[in-house]
Design a protein around this ligand. Structure first.
Ligand code: IPE
Ligand code: IPE
Ligand code: MG
Length: 238
């Protein structure tokens, strides 16, 4: 399969619509989350075939704690089981997994699994999968600013050196390129606090498909549309 000339290097996805998918079937929301988790592998596998080096997926926001205790606990246990079940396949497929977000608020067992699977896959280079858990763009900028302020206070950083190039080194995403394309499923046209700084010049695609129905073909159709876009970054039209 040939890789399109202008494929996005980094795609980020707001995986939305699990709850509605379940409701349509008269089933509990958690069933929708489980169905959604099953869709991730196919999209990860489609990445290298399409020239996508980085895939970042939004799994749980800093605002999602507002949901019922039952749904939050179910999601946390789904994340644990996902890591346990997928770890060996990630290794086999050459996927490097990373997590962004404030992991200190997550339970100790989940944090251990996250650290373990990051280390286990650290040498993989085929595709970089980043999962955002307890992630919020504003929270990330606030945490980054705290670390930056500490460096200034300790004399390690001169305030004059703070620029739009040095600041992102303090973000959770400091090792990732900025996303080229952000996709949101489920028909909502908002970004819900996802990658605020990083998406300054991203292209956006909002699609009606609910996340558990999102397949490789839907992903590839979006990638094909991306190749036709003219990214000007403030420059003049050709
Ligand atoms: C996205 O699906 C998954 C999470 C936010 C954890 P939702 O649970 O938001 O599904 P809808 O938006 O209620 O359909
Ligand atoms: C965004 O979806 C967060 C994730 C997909 C994890 P939400 O469903 O939480 O967003 P809102 O509440 O509709 O903005
Ligand atoms: Mg939602």
């Amino acid at each position: 399969m040939s890789i399109p000339a202008k494929s996005p290097r980094h795609v980020a996805i707001i995986m939305d619509g699990n709850g509605r998918w379940a409701r349509k079937r008269g089933r509990p929301r958690l069933l929708g989350h489980r169905a959604g988790a099953k869709r991730v592998r196919e999209i990860v596998e489609a990445c290298p075939d399409n020239g996508v080096e980085y895939l970042t997926i939004f799994a749980f926001s800093t605002e999602n704690w507002k949901r019922t205790q039952e749904e939050v606990a179910g999601l946390m246990s789904l994340f644990r089981r996902y890591i346990e079940a997928e770890a060996q396949d990630l290794v086999k497929e050459g996927t490097r997994i990373r997590f962004i977000g404030d992991r200190l608020r997550l339970d100790a067992k989940l944090q251990r699994l996250m650290n373990w699977v990051e280390a286990l896959t650290a040498h993989n280079t085929r595709v970089n999968l980043t999962v955002a858990i307890n992630y919020g763009g504003r929270d990330e900028v606030a945490r980054a600013t705290k670390r930056l302020a500490r460096d200034v206070a300790a004399g390690r950083l001169d305030p004059e050196e703070i620029t739009d190039e040095t600041l992102p080194r303090y973000l959770d995403t400091h090792v990732l390129p900025d996303p080229d394309l952000v996709i949101r499923t489920s028909g909502e046209a908002r970004i819900s606090n996802f990658l605020l700084w990083q998406s300054a010049y991203a292209e956006y695609e909002f699609v009606d498909t609910l996340w558990p129905d999102f397949r490789r073909a839907d992903f590839e159709a979006i990638l094909a549309r991306y190749t036709g876009r003219d990214r000007r970054y403030g420059g003049a039209t050709a």
